[in-house]
Design a binder for this molecule. Structure first.
Ligand SMILES: Nc1ncnc2c1ncn2[C@@H]1O[C@H](COP(=O)(O)OP(=O)(O)OP(=O)(O)O)[C@@H](O)[C@H]1O
Length: 267
């Protein structure tokens, strides 16, 4: 284990109270629309997410999951309260400052959004500032993209275009693209929805490994109850309110299967 890895390991193994949260949400309210059409969609949200944690966000349709995810991803600005992402307060930030915050976050979506005219490696490089100036296979960034793809089991597919890849392989390219800038926070919106059972399982196992080995915080919105067991924690939004927030192991250890089943039924 190199020194960087052991430092991360020791951070991840600390009690959560000793760690700096990657995301700190306090008293957050959010509204859409103006004047008479103004509608509140998030109500007094308080939430801290820690390094190494996989947090699954569930809740009925329209409960505010995507809105909260996009606020944490600095894709929108908050109106009221406080939202610190990787130590930076985002309220009052201008577009340029938000873009800077976003650079430290990896995004993974249901539709992997790959460019079909580019190879797996070139798709990964789209996330770096070095594209398209230098995408010859000799550059450091290109080598790094190849390394990440190899570590995700795509060593044989580095220079293939998406049409020659399976659904699970395409989603792994999307994960590689989310990782190339070494984010401390990954936000995923239905990352397994388009995948068969085995590919979905492979993708989340990989995400779990990344969270644990590199101290990455992963916040994932999913309706896929086939993958719920990878969560360290499940938060449930109902009508814009944080309805519950539980450690999955606690639910399982305490034998409170009714609570877990109730939650799973809502997915
Ligand atoms: N751009 C928008 N303008 C106005 N209202 C919006 C906008 N986006 C979302 N909403 C409303 O905000 C509320 C929360 O929506 P959001 O998409 O965050 O819910 P969700 O839990 O992600 O739903 P789903 O599971 O269906 O994706 C809903 O009432 C929705 O209609």
């Amino acid at each position: 284990m190199n020194s960087a890895t052991s430092e991360i390991q020791s951070r991840v193994n600390q009690p959560q109270s000793a760690l700096q949260p990657s995301v700190q949400v306090s008293n957050l309210n959010y509204y859409f629309g103006e004047g008479d059409l103004k509608k509140q969609v998030l109500f007094n949200i308080n939430l801290d997410l820690y390094p190494g944690q996989i947090v699954i966000m569930t809740g009925p349709s329209g409960s505010g999951k995507t809105t909260l995810l996009t606020l944490i991803g600095a894709l929108r600005t908050i109106h009221e309260g406080s939202l610190k992402v990787l130590g930076q307060e985002t309220i009052g930030m201008n577009k340029k400052q938000l873009v800077k915050v976003r650079k430290n976050i990896g995004f993974i979506f249901q539709a992997h959004n790959l460019f079909y005219s580019l190879t797996a490696r070139q798709n990964v490089l789209m996330s770096t500032d070095l594209f398209p100036k230098q995408f010859s296979p000799q550059t450091n960034a290109s080598k790094q993209a190849a390394e990440i793809l190899t570590s995700l089991g795509l060593g044989e597919r580095i220079d293939y275009k998406p049409h020659a890849l399976s659904g699970g392989q395409k989603q792994r390219v999307a994960i590689a693209r989310a990782l190339v800038n070494k984010p401390k926070l990954i936000l995923a919106d239905e990352p397994t929805a388009a995948l068969d059972r085995q590919s979905g399982r492979d993708v989340v196992t990989l995400m779990q490994k990344l969270a644990k080995e590199h101290g990455i915080t992963i916040l994932m919105v999913t309706h896929d109850n086939r993958i719920i067991d990878v969560a360290d924690r499940i938060i449930n939004l109902v009508d814009g309110n944080l309805d519950s927030d539980s450690e999955l192991n606690t639910l399982l250890v305490s034998g409170d299967r009714t609570a877990l089943n109730k939650r799973t039924l809502m997915l």
